[in-house]
Design a binder for this molecule. Sequence first.
Ligand SMILES: Nc1ncnc2c1ncn2[C@@H]1O[C@H](COP(=O)(O)OP(=O)(O)OP(=O)(O)O)[C@@H](O)[C@H]1O
Ligand SMILES: O=P(O)(O)OC[C@H]1O[C@H](OP(=O)(O)OP(=O)(O)O)[C@H](O)[C@@H]1O
Ligand SMILES: [Mg+2]
Length: 290
Amino acid sequence: MAVLRLGLPKGSLEETTVDMFRRAGYKIDIQSRSYYPSIDDKEIECVLIRAQEMSRYVEEGLLDCGLTGHDWIVENGSDVVEIAELVYGKVGRKPLRWVLAAPNDSDIHGPKDLAGKRIATEAVGMTKRYLAKHGVEATVEFSWGATEVKPPHLADAIVEITETGSSLRANNLRIVDTLCETTTRFIANKDAAKDEFKRAKMDKLALLLKAVLAAESRIGLMLNVHKDNLDAVLNILPALQRPTVANLSDKDWFSLTTVIDEYVARDIIPQLMQAGAEGLVEYALNKVVL
Ligand SMILES: Nc1ncnc2c1ncn2[C@@H]1O[C@H](COP(=O)(O)OP(=O)(O)OP(=O)(O)O)[C@@H](O)[C@H]1O
Ligand SMILES: O=P(O)(O)OC[C@H]1O[C@H](OP(=O)(O)OP(=O)(O)O)[C@H](O)[C@@H]1O
Ligand SMILES: [Mg+2]
């Protein structure tokens, strides 16, 4: 039987990825110390791999596809096919940033101030390219992690990824500059992407994962409205998502169903009620296919 070999990222992206697959309809079970999670789809075989190494194994064909950050795909210089961009991190749903950071009281305020200094980072290639772009000579030292603790004694500055900013704050570091942004990508091996079975399977996974992300920021809205108030209520709803308007058994009343961005709901719901909406129900969505 044909099987798709899928790499799941160990580390920061692990929990969110497994949760996204669950909401996409796949149950993944990771036993402690096992690097072969089980999945309730006989056509998929999962392997847990560090995000840093994912693109290398996908490029070599040891894995057909996998999820990892754009940052490590670039850092490794991997030649892989991008099936989908999925904007999620460990905590949030926004791109993450790789930043140059220095102690709050340091005299480093821009790239030029790095001349002759020592910079610790997990992303050596990215940092060297940044220095070259600014024509600055500095020492770049590979860091195995816990990089934020290094300044001021073990390094003058660091290049590190930040999501919530709490690791930088906890270590009295301030952001000096942003080197790049990164998001999660669903990548495939070039040959696997040309294989009919594997490509179809990957496209299906990408569609479902994107649908889960699209649903997270939206809500469903259902309400009833008298015909005299129909236009007023319709005018309040965002123009992009035309609602479904259906007749109720009483001819003078209509039922409206629509999907809107969650952040507009808090403004719109009171307005809708004022305009004559009744029996309004807001509900969570599992998947939205755009
Ligand atoms: N909050 C986050 N912190 C760090 N990396 C994140 C975060 N959210 C998403 N990522 C992404 O996860 C990947 C991190 O890969 P990496 O191999 O460094 O593992 P790690 O998650 O830091 O694991 P470890 O705990 O072993 O250091 C990167 O591609 C990065 O863009
Ligand atoms: O801006 P924040 O929300 O604080 O997130 C960013 C931090 O999370 C990651 O650390 P990780 O857990 O991978 O530890 P490590 O430094 O030992 O790799 C990353 O390397 C940063 O330190
Ligand atoms: Mg890490």
